[in-house]
Structures are given as structure tokens and as C-alpha cells.
Design a protein around this ligand. Structure first.
Ligand SMILES: *Cc1c(COP(=O)(O)O)cnc(C)c1O
Length: 465
């Protein structure tokens, strides 16, 4: 089946309040046209992120009641540790409250000033944590990853020639480890192939450099391998995951993605000395090693979520639902990033609003219009988030792509709600000439997208459709 129906039925429902256009218009004005400042209660379909927004299963909720809240040696920790070992295969398992803490502990232990950490593409928090140590976070993904029209099955792959050049140029002593983000979040949720992972491993073995995975969406990546890579059609997701992680020396994980929980993360490694140093730091900043900033019940929910996410029926639905949204839009002539990745559909705002100039923030303007007209919240990934000021001239340097990301929470929205999203965007596309640009009136010195404020500019050309 091309678009599988939901492999679950709904036992508990959370009502969504409908709002009027007038109400949303007022909320936007109050929020300074920044969707991070719109109350979630006033959003009909919230596609801001797929992180920590998953619906837990009855089995996970039941697990919460079995939380053992002992300070040390909680039974839920042992269950969690055994689960992580059985999937990822690394010896040591260190729980953290979310992914960025796992990154912080790892990099503050092994990365020193002047070093360099290559990755296919660093996720924001990964990059920030590497740079916080005074090191360079280098993106070494294949060049096709930056072309929104290039359809390749594994657009998240590492560029092995550039990786080897980097090692030769920088020197192995200044590269404490190489990371691979699966799937590649910042590149549109594109997967990495097993072949590319195998070759990355071989290259790094020759140079004696460890390989670590940023494993947030590992199950989605394994499903793409099963679907697209020769030789894996009959393998289970667990078998694919075991082989994949077998090529690495450890991983960091935000369980808010493929852990199917609302909070949680971990670090899993083989390197004994690293683990000792990290554990000492963990006790200082996060908590005792058998809870790592979480409650016992959170560990239980995470252990159960990690097993559920390997279910092929679930993954077929999950990947299928995201693809369904992408295809409805594509078939209607709405320009999206292709191929559709694992967790989100990206609207190409430059082609959606060709009448807006880059300094009018086309992707932000599109996200604002989508909320005002239809109550749907996406997130701008463009000039607001990544635009930089040239220190010499003070002029803005614009990023290559202007996109609105529609990230789909796991097991939360029905295919009918996803259809509503597609129809709303197609309707907006028909009337796109009426969408005006924005002017930024406040920006913070760092991570400005969270707090920026805007004013609306009058639409460039208004004509009835
Ligand atoms: C979300 C994410 C992180 C950080 O995890 P948090 O739980 O948000 O701290 C790291 N890497 C990738 C690829 C992610 O998607």
C-alpha cells in the first residue's frame, strides 16, 4: 500500500480549540509575527517540531505507573540499559534529560580548543556544543544535499573524498571523532546509506579515528535502508540497526525523536576512559548515573518507546504519512524540498512567494500566512534563523534556502488532519500574490529566531484570485 492507514486506534483524545481568523490575526500582532510566541492552545495543527511531541502508547503509559523512584539502582534503569544495549550494542549506557546534554558531556570530555569535528551536517545544538569547546564543527555532506530539486535515495551521505582531504589537512591528532547524523535533520531528514556508513568506518579505521552516531532518528534511517538499499528488503529493522551501530564506537541520542517520549536522551559508548570522565561530569551537572536527570518512570517510558519504534508497521505508517503530505503538495505544484525526508516536509518559500525580496523574509511571511489563514504552525528555516551580518559591511548574508519546515509529530495527527494541512497550503498557494513581506523590528544578538519581532509590509501586488 502506498499510503498506509494508521496502525493504532485512539484511546484518549485531547480536544483542539478552533480559533477564528480575527483571533489569529490579533495573536500574531501580539506575538510580533513570531510563531514561537503564539500560545500552542491557539494552534489547530502544530507542526513546529517533531521533538518531544510524540504520543505515547498505552504500553508506555502503563510503564509510567511502574516507575521505581529509588535514587540509585532503579529497576527501570536496568531495563533501559538492557534495551539500549540490545539495539545499539555499545557497552556503557549513560542517561541524560535530553540530547544536547549527551552532546555537552561528550564534547566537553573529548574535544579541546583548536580541534575539528566533522559530521555530515551538524544539528544546531551539536554545532553549538562543539564550538563552545573552542573547536570547529565542519559539515562534510555530499554536495547534492544542498540542491532542493536533486532526488537521490541517500542525500544525507558523507562526502568521503572531502572527509579524507579534511583528515589529511587537519591531521588526525586534531580530530577526536567523526559524527554521522542519522537521518540528517538539518539537511531535510535525509537518510545515510549502510554502504556510506561502511566506507566511512573503513576510512576512519585507517586513520585511527572513532565514529559516533547522532542517532535521534535512527529507526527512520533504518527504514529507508530497508526500503531503498539493495540487500536489506528482508532484514528486520532491529537487524539493520545492529549492523549500522556495529560500524560505530558510540552514539548520542535525543529520545524526544525516535525514543517516542516527551523527554529523555542518552549517550552510549565503548570507550572506557571517556565513560569514566563523562560519568564524573554527569554526577556534577545532571545526576547519579542510574537516572541522569530523569525520573525512573521516564526511563521506563523510554525503554518501551525504543522497542516500539522498531515496529515496521509503525515506521511504514510514519514515513508514509510524511510522504503523503509531500506528494499532495507536489502534485498540486507547490515547490517542496525533494525527496521528502523522514520527519518533515519543507516548503520552498522562494518559489512559493517569488514576488518577495530576500530582505522581506519570505519564509517567515509564509509561516505567518499559514497560521493566520488556516491555524497551522510551521517553522521558518531561512534568513531569520540562519541569516548572518557581514562584520565588515554590516550587510546581511542570505542563506541558500528559504524554507518553512512542517515537522510531523509521531502518532499525533490523523491522515485526515494531514489532508487538511495539504489542502490549506494548496489554497494559500492559489492566493499567494496577496501575501506581503515583513520587516524585522527587534533582534537578539544570538539565536534571534526565538525572540525576533516583525511588522507587516503592505502586499506588493494585490489582485483578486
Ligand atoms: C533534537 C536533536 C538534537 C538535540 O536533542 P535535544 O533533545 O533537543 O536536546 C541533536 N541532534 C539532532 C539531529 C536532533 O534532531
Amino acid at each position: 500500500m502506498r499510503f498506509p492507514s494508521e496502525p493504532f486506534k485512539i484511546k484518549v483524545v485531547e480536544p483542539i480549540r478552533r480559533t477564528t481568523r480575527e483571533e489569529r490575526d490579533r495573536l500574531l500582532r501580539e506575538a510580533g509575527y513570531n510563531l514561537f510566541h503564539v500560545p500552542a492552545e491557539s494552534v489547530y495543527v502544530d507542526l513546529l517540531t517533531d521533538s518531544g511531541t510524540s504520543a505515547m502508547s498505552d504500553n508506555q503509559w502503563a510503564g509510567l505507573m511502574l516507575g521505581d523512584e529509588s535514587y540509585a539502582g532503579s529497576k527501570n534503569y536496568y531495563h533501559f540499559e538492557e534495551t539500549v544495549r540490545s539495539i545499539f550494542g555499545y557497552r556503557y549506557v549513560i542517561p541524560t534529560h535530553q540530547g544536547r546534554m549527551a552532546e555537552n558531556l561528550l564534547f566537553s570530555t573529548v574535544v579541546k580548543p583548536g580541534m575539528c569535528v566533522p559530521n555530515n551536517i551538524h544539528f544546531d545544538t551539536t554545532r553549538a556544543n562543539v564550538e563552545h569547546q573552542g573547536a570547529e564543527a565542519l559539515d562534510v555532506v555530499i554536495k547534492e544535499a544542498y540542491d532542493p530539486h536533486c532526488e537521490m535515495p541517500f542525500k544525507g551521505n558523507m562526502d568521503l573524498i572531502r572527509l579524507e582531504d579534511t583528515i589529511n589537512r587537519v591531521g588526525r591528532d586534531r580530530i577526536p571523532l567523526v559524527m554521522l547524523t542519522i537521518t540528517n535533520n538539518s539537511g531535510g531528514g535525509q537518510p545515510v546509506s549502510m554502504e556510506n556508513i561502511r566506507q566511512t568506518r573503513a576510512l576512519l579505521t585507517r586513520h585511527g579515528i572513532p565514529l559516533l552516531f547522532d542517532a535521534c532518528r535512527f529507526a527512520e534511517n533504518c527504514f529507508f535502508i530497508k526500503e531503498r538499499e539493495t540487500g536489506y528488503a528482508d532484514a528486520s529493522i532491529l537487524a539493520i540497526a545492529r549492523e549500522l551501530f556495529g560500524y560505530g564506537d558510540g552514539c548520542t541520542m535525543s529520545a524526544k525523536k525516535d525514543g517516542l517520549v516527551n523527554i529523555g536522551g542518552f549517550l552510549s559508548l565503548n570507550h572506557e576512559q571517556w565513560v569514566q570522565d563523562i560519568t564524573n561530569m554527569l554526577i556534577l551537572v545532571e545526576g547519579f548515573p542510574t537516572y541522569g536527570g530523569l525520573a525512573g518512570r521516564d526511563l521506563e517510558a523510554m525503554a518501551r518507546g525504543l522497542r516500539e519504534v522498531l515496529d515496521e508497521d509503525y515506521l511504514r505508517f510514519r514515513i508514509g504519512q510524511v510522504r503523503y503530505l509531500g506528494e499532495l503538495l507536489d502534485n498540486a505544484g507547490v515547490s517542496i524540498l525533494k525527496p521528502v525526508g523522514g520527519h518533515a516536509v519543507y516548503l520552498n518559500a522562494k518559489e512559493f512567494l517569488p514576488h518577495l525580496r530576500p530582505e522581506e523574509f519570505p519564509a517567515q511571511a509564509l509561516a505567518v500566512a499559514l497560521y493566520r489563514e488556516h491555524g497551522i504552525r510551521g517553522v521558518e528555516i531561512g534568513t531569520v534563523m540562519f541569516g548572518k551580518k557581514d562584520p565588515a559591511t554590516g550587510r546581511t548574508i542570505y542563506p541558500e534556502l528559504e524554507m518553512v519546515r512542517l515537522a510531523i509529530p509521531r502518532r499525533v495527527y490523523t491522515n485526515m488532519q494531514i489532508t487538511y494541512v495539504a489542502e490549506s497550503i494548496i489554497e494559500l498557494h492559489r492566493r499567494r500574490d496577496a501575501i506581503g513581506g515583513l520587516k524585522m523590528t527587534y533582534e537578539a544578538p544570538v539565536l534571534r529566531h526565538f525572540t525576533a519581532r516583525f511588522e507587516e509590509l503592505p502586499p506588493a501586488r494585490l489582485h483578486p484570485v
